[in-house]
Design a protein around this ligand. Structure first.
Ligand code: SF4
Length: 381
């Protein structure tokens, strides 16, 4: 909320109690209070917790970090599997990094898994943090994740601001600025609306409203508990909000990839540096095609620059398209024969020759599963 109205938005603190009441009444009937959907939100005996009951923050923390860049319906099975293998902070702290990355395989943004691991090692000897500041000091935890962990686990009255909440608030206020440019106002709005007696339920309800009713493309305003107070609904064009910055075209790139075999029939793989979306994962070496360059020349050049080896580039194994939110990639994968040079990790953490049948023991980006399948198929003939 903008208590002083300085940004031109109305002050809705007077109707906040009514907004809380109608939202929670809607959520009691329609919310995602289902143990099969959000098992980390339930007590050990399978009940939604009462306001005076605490939940273990560990499982909620793991779920919240998975949810940072992955949808609820996708991350559920990953969370279940994780909690079977690494059921406590102590188990996570004692695990090897490769095991942690394998459990994360398919969720993307692997730095999240490495930061969880690192944080568990830091925190394992002490009780889990119980304040917003202490959670925000944990690697990989920002304000909304900290707020979500505390309100979910301990029913602490702290606001959240994830993508769903941002969209609902942008519409409730018909905010004319993109949310990224008006963060302070959005936090104030989330805080002013929060139910001080039932913060856990309220934050869940707000997220559920965004996920189930106030959806991105076609909000179902006719069943929304906030329709009468919603400025975007009143404008007649609710899906025009949140306002976006003018979007830039998504760049596309072609990546030449070499599956290099030595005389012993082993395949060369390298481990990426720890930064970025796929940091720390293993991959087949390669790199970007330069303008006007044949893909075979790209592969030979990249392997020379990144591994200091000479190869003979042979037949194409597969071409794959992969779209990320910020770029589109086309991987063109060729079989290569190693000719000379001891491979050196000039642009990676380490390189190694492995038996093709051992490739599945290494954490690779999800897009590589098809490359591995094609290699195994090809080499079996
Ligand atoms: S009335 Fe429509 S736009 Fe407004 S909060 Fe509800 S679903 Fe979203």
């Amino acid at each position: 909320m903008d208590p002083g109205g300085s940004s031109g938005h109305r002050d809705i603190s007077e109707i906040a109690p009514e907004l809380r009441r109608t939202l929670l009444a809607w959520w009691e009937v329609h919310g995602r209070k289902d143990i099969a959907i959000k098992p980390w939100m339930f007590t050990t005996d399978g009940r939604w917790p009462e306001p005076n009951e605490d939940l273990s923050p560990y499982g909620i923390w793991i779920a919240e970090v998975m949810l940072q860049q992955t949808q609820l319906r996708v991350m559920g099975p990953y969370w279940e599997q994780w909690m079977v293998v690494l059921s406590t902070m102590q188990h996570l702290a004692a695990a090897e990094e490769r095991q942690v990355l394998l459990l994360w395989q398919g969720l993307g943004y692997y730095s999240r898994a490495r930061r969880l691991h690192q944080a568990a090692r830091q925190l394992a000897a002490s009780p889990l943090p119980s304040s917003l500041e202490a959670w925000q000091a944990v690697p990989g935890i920002g304000r909304t994740t900290a707020g979500s962990i505390l309100s979910s686990a301990l029913n602490t009255p702290v606001p959240i601001l994830d993508g769903n909440v941002r969209r609902v608030l942008a519409r409730l206020h018909a905010c004319l600025e993109p949310p990224q440019r008006a963060q302070a106002s959005f936090w104030q709005w989330s805080e002013a609306l929060l139910d001080p007696l039932r913060p856990r339920d309220f934050n869940q309800a707000l997220m559920d409203l965004g996920a189930l009713v106030c959806t991105s493309r076609s909000p179902s305003c006719h069943v929304c508990p906030w329709q009468r107070s919603c400025a975007a609904y009143a404008s007649g064009e609710p899906s025009h909000f949140p306002v976006k910055d003018a979007s830039k075209p998504i760049p596309s790139q072609v990546i030449g990839v070499g599956v290099v075999l030595n005389e012993a029939g082993e395949v060369l793989i390298d481990q990426r540096l720890n930064e970025g979306l796929l940091g720390g994962l293993w991959e087949f070496p390669g790199g970007k095609q330069e303008p006007g360059e044949a893909i075979e020349a790209t592969i030979a050049r990249e392997l020379r620059e990144e591994l200091a080896i000479e190869v003979q580039v042979g037949e194409q194994l597969i071409a794959l398209d992969h779209a990320y939110s910020h770029k589109k990639l086309r991987f063109v994968v060729h079989l290569c024969r190693w000719i000379s040079g001891e491979p050196k990790p000039l642009a990676s953490q380490q390189v190694c020759w492995v038996e093709p049948s051992s490739l599945i023991d290494f954490p690779f980006p999800a897009a590589n599963a098809r490359i591995i399948a094609v290699i195994l198929e090809k080499l079996s003939h």
